[in-house]
Design a protein around this ligand. Structure first.
Ligand code: C2E
Ligand code: CA
Ligand code: CA
Length: 542
């Protein structure tokens, strides 16, 4: 269309120029220079070749024109030859310049869409390609899929092997993933550690199948600069669910899915609107933590722990609760994972510690609180914890901190230092969710801990499964061999309670005895508690 228009304009200008020269009396006057207009236009539109063709035509038209129309006097040959030469030189120079400009423009356009470090396409190219393909696909069966691949350990690689190797790995991984399925049309580098794969002609389920193939391919080592490397991938995929889906939405949805996969420690998640609702809710909740702490909307509830040997209450675990505007309780699972990754965890833990210390004053036994990774490297907070103990005048041995195995492993060095610091001041330390952190037992020998809490995943299977019984027995024996107090979490049935008693577990905690209760209800429950009832139950089995 643009081409036809330009061509018609050129013909028109050449014709008009010829007419003007003829009407003004021939080539004797300066009007033949008007023919330079179409020559320059052809140079702009078609570059050097177009300019030369236009110059030849213009020169030819002017050669056929008489010097003086009224007398029909012909031009001398040198006259039109010089003019033709002039047209060719001016057209040639202009055409070359325009060709150069066009090439430079094309190069800068390409560079703007290329990641300079890997040569892969970049974010701008992805936005464009997605926008174009979605627009072109309107009315056709849906079929655009997007997979976000994150190389989660790239930071470590960057620090140890440098940016060239890290970039080399990203490029090699991008090329390898692209080869896994012919429907992957392009690979785009989004950030240091992220690649987007654009798929065409796929259905939703197929997108997921492609992801599985990618996961397998990602398992194999890549050799970069003669170093064999393995990258840990996390993936999120999204699929064009309707004709109204925009490029921005697809990109965001695959990110939501990838973040969900990271949170759930999974290799891959496919986008669903619920993931987004969860994230929105968590974001909304997190924005209100500080103000609700000041408004007193948080509470610490207490779940009792029973000493299995005599059925007595040995203490309790403080668990955070949040009341929303309608006074409904919000469980920590809905906000803690996000709060834990922010600096808000400090004021929240301060509140928890303060509540726990106050509660210790009015009750018996050990009260434990949960600490997060960030708390362990927050020296000021640890000092405040000790200050609270002094302020409330309580014996440090009556406070226990629970820290999960995975939180400890996240930063073993500062975790270890923090625990040593707390232990040095008499505070008890327990490993929470023991057995779920996939870590070796090596750390147990040098960690200054006093207890282990067997995760409820193991306790759940007790009673039915012989292997679980064996596992739990081993954990209890190992704990005892290391001089630790062993607590079983999530005890829900009498059968589990009896099995734990038989295995010699020290303490148990779970819905079978009581849920986490607000302080006054806890005290009421404690008063009504009959230790002997929990001994009878075990006798029945013999
Ligand atoms: P956790 O430390 O493992 O706490 C035990 C969780 O298991 C509690 O959930 C408790 O209500 C629940 N539970 C206890 N007995 C049973 C049972 O018999 N069956 C089942 N199915 N569940 C049982 P909750 O209160 O929802 O807390 C969830 C997690 O949130 C906690 O897991 C802990 O990691 C975190 N959390 C709670 N309060 C705090 C806090 O004050 N600070 C920090 N950093 N984390 C906290
Ligand atoms: Ca705990
Ligand atoms: Ca636990």
């Amino acid at each position: 269309m643009r081409h036809a228009l330009l061509l018609s304009l050129l013909v028109l200008l050449l014709g008009l120029g010829t007419l003007v020269v003829h009407a003004t009396g021939g080539t004797r006057y300066a009007y033949p220079y008007l023919m330079l207009i179409p020559v320059l236009l052809a140079a702009a539109g078609y570059g050097l070749s177009g300019a030369l063709v236009a110059a030849l035509i213009a020169g030819g038209l002017m050669a056929a024109m008489p010097l003086d129309v009224s007398t029909q006097q012909a031009q001398p040959v040198y006259n039109w030859l010089i003019r033709l030469g002039l047209y060719l030189v001016i057209g040639g120079v202009a055409g070359s310049l325009f060709s150069l400009l066009r090439r430079a423009h094309a190069t800068s356009e390409r560079l703007a869409r290329t990641d300079p470090r890997t040569g892969l396409c970049n974010q701008i190219a992805l936005d464009e390609a997605l926008g174009q393909r979605l627009a072109a696909g309107r009315g056709a069966p849906l079929g655009i899929g997007l997979i976000l691949v994150r190389l989660s350990d790239i930071g470590e690689l960057l620090a140890t092997l440098g940016p060239e190797t890290a970039d080399g790995l990203v490029r090699a991984m991008g090329e390898r993933l692209r080869r896994q399925d012919r429907r992957i049309v392009e690979v785009y580098r989004f950030s240091n550690a992220e690649l987007y794969l654009l798929l065409e002609g796929v259905e939703s389920a197929e997108t997921e199948r492609v992801v599985h193939r990618l996961a397998e391919a990602g398992e194999e080592n890549l050799v970069v600069q003669e170093i064999p490397l393995r990258a840990q991938l996390v993936m999120g995929s999204s699929w064009q669910a309707s004709e109204a889906t925009t490029a921005g939405e697809l990109i965001r949805q695959s990110r939501v899915a990838m973040l969900t996969a990271m949170e759930k420690h999974r290799l891959h998640c496919h986008y669903s609107p619920e993931q987004e609702n969860d994230k929105r809710e968590a974001l909304r909740l997190v924005s209100r933590v500080r103000q609700d702490l000041e408004r007193g909307r948080f509470e610490l509830h207490f779940q009792p722990k029973l000493r299995l040997a005599d059925g007595r209450v040995s203490g309790c675990e403080g668990l955070i609760r949040w009341r929303d505007e309608r006074a409904q309780l919000i469980a920590p699972g809905r906000f803690m994972p996000r709060v834990e990754s922010t600096t808000l965890i400090a004021p929240l833990t301060r509140f928890v510690a303060d509540q726990a210390c106050r509660f210790i004053q009015g009750t018996e036994g050990v009260v434990s609180i949960n600490l997060s990774v960030r708390n362990l490297s927050d020296e000021a907070l640890l000092d405040e914890l000790l200050g609270l103990i002094r302020h409330h005048g309580i014996v440090p041995q009556r406070l226990e901190v629970e820290i999960t195995e995975s939180a400890l492993m996240a930063d073993l060095k500062s975790g270890c230092q923090a625990l040593e610091y707390l232990r040095g001041h008499g505070i008890r330390v327990s490993i929470d969710d023991f057995g779920t952190g996939f870590s070796s037992f090596e750390y147990l020998q040098y960690l200054p801990i006093t207890g282990l809490k067997i995760d409820r995943a193991f306790v759940r299977e007790l009673g039915g499964d012989a292997r679980s019984l064996c596992l739990v027995a081993c954990m209890i024996d190992m704990g005892h061999a290391l001089g630790l107090e062993v607590t079983a979490e999530g005890v829900e049935t009498l059968e589990q309670h009896r099995a734990l008693r038989r295995l010699g577990c020290d303490q148990a905690q779970g819905f079978l005895y009581a849920k986490a209760l607000a302080a006054p209800e806890y005290l009421t429950w404690q008063r009504a508690h009959r230790p002997a009832a929990w001994l009878d139950s075990v006798d029945q089995t013999h």
